[in-house]
Design a protein around this ligand. Structure first.
Ligand SMILES: Cc1ncc(COP(=O)(O)O)c(C=O)c1O
Length: 373
């Protein structure tokens, strides 16, 4: 059988090893070190976010954002519903309560109309809004930021999947009060695992550095007035990230080419690619599509997934909405009408988007899918 075609795996280059080698040569593999400092500066500069703190995971960056927003027992945090659980789990770490908000059809991200209903309903208890830029597609940020301002609630951007994507020319992750990105192995670039907390507020980033190195008070002995965490990235991991960041724009261009090839080749088929607003530029991390309702009787996403699997090709269902997750069954869910997230989950599929996939391999994927319709 031919080699497996993946959804999205790490694509490494040579510079990663040079940064790691320098860390070894200077005996500075840990703690922290030059690669961590430079990686933070480089990401801050690339995104224009102001300041950045490197973490062991994107999830930990989100946890720090929730903590800095001041979430505590019983506080409500309004969250994107259609996302990976890591977007919303940190609310539980701080004993907050998620309220899930449905998606809209133009970007698959948080619906501003549903957000407004949620903000009005919970205005006395809401501590933060967390939105995700799903699959690298920017959300309707103007509308959402205006609502956050109106209700005086901080916005947290989960830009884990969207590094390099822009909204009206500005980078996702640079517009919210706090933001998180992920360098997990399947992301647009990887540090082999890790994340970054971003903010325009330098004091906030200093606090994150404090909390993520065990919250040590300024004393020669070990003294703690607050609960801390061990969340800081290592100098080796940051070296991998620095080497990858050099290739971010190249990765985005390759992802965009994959997306456009699917879009072109699927013309005439009863499917729609994951959409984006014309004044945004996604990073095209994952190409996805939905099957038109009237074709669902013949072909389902699961049928395509199983057929591709037979050919050693990886694809994956769209994220299962959080309000459908057993662990969050008791949480409130707010939609502006027609249950968009549930519908995308039912009719959608994530397609192979690995930038090492050759054009011929992608055409093979496309032919297999076409043959099912
Ligand atoms: C939307 C989203 N949020 C958060 C995360 C968590 O990032 P990490 O795996 O680096 O903890 C991921 C990916 O893993 C993600 O896709």
């Amino acid at each position: 059988m031919s080699e497996r075609i993946w959804l999205s795996t790490p694509t490494t280059h040579t510079e990663e090893q040079e940064f790691i080698k320098e860390a070894f040569d200077t005996n500075w593999v840990a703690p922290l070190g030059k690669n961590v400092n430079e990686f933070e500066n480089e990401i801050a500069q690339y995104t224009g976010c102001g300041y950045a703190a490197a973490m062991t995971a994107g999830t930990h960056a989100l946890h720090m954002a929730v903590k800095l927003a001041g979430v505590s027992r019983g506080d409500v945090v309004i969250c994107s519903d259609l996302t990976f659980a890591a977007t919303v789990n940190p609310v539980t770490y701080e004993n907050g309560i998620q309220v899930f908000v449905d998606s809209e059809r133009d970007t698959w991200n948080m619906d501003p109309r549903a957000l407004e209903i949620a903000l009005e309903k919970y205005k006395d208890r809401v501590k933060a809004v967390i939105l995700v830029h799903l699959y690298g597609t920017p959300s309707k940020l103007d509308e959402i930021m205006a609502l956050c301002e109106k209700y005086n609630v901080p916005l947290i951007e989960d830009a884990a999947e969207s590094l390099g994507a822009t909204y009206k020319g500005r980078q996702t992750g640079s517009l919210g009060k706090y933001s998180a990105i992920s360098f997990n192995g399947n992301k647009i670039i990887t540090s082999s695992g890790g994340g970054m907390f971003l903010s325009r507020d330098e004091e906030a980033v200093k606090k994150v550095r404090f909390f993520s190195t065990q919250a040590r008070d300024a004393a020669p002995h070990y003294q703690h007035s607050e609960i801390g965490y061990n969340y800081r990235m290592s100098n080796i991991v940051a070296g991998v990230g620095r080497g990858q960041l050099i290739h971010l724009d190249e990765h985005i261009a390759l992802k965009k080419k994959i997306y456009n090839t699917y879009k072109r080749e699927f013309e005439g088929l009863p499917v729609k690619m994951n959409p984006y607003l014309d004044y945004t530029e996604p990073n095209f991390w994952l190409s996805c599509f939905t099957i038109d309702e009237d074709a669902m009787e013949r072909v389902t996403p699961e049928k395509i997934r199983l057929r591709l699997e037979e050919e050693n090709i990886e694809s994956r269902p769209i994220w299962k909405p959080m309000h459908m997750q057993p662990v969050y069954a008791a949480r409130d869910f707010i939609t502006a009408g027609d249950l968009v997230g549930e519908d995308l989950f039912r009719r959608g599929l994530c397609l192979p988007s690995d930038i090492k996939m050759t054009e011929d391999e992608q055409l093979r994927v496309i032919e297999i899918i076409k043959s099912l319709f």
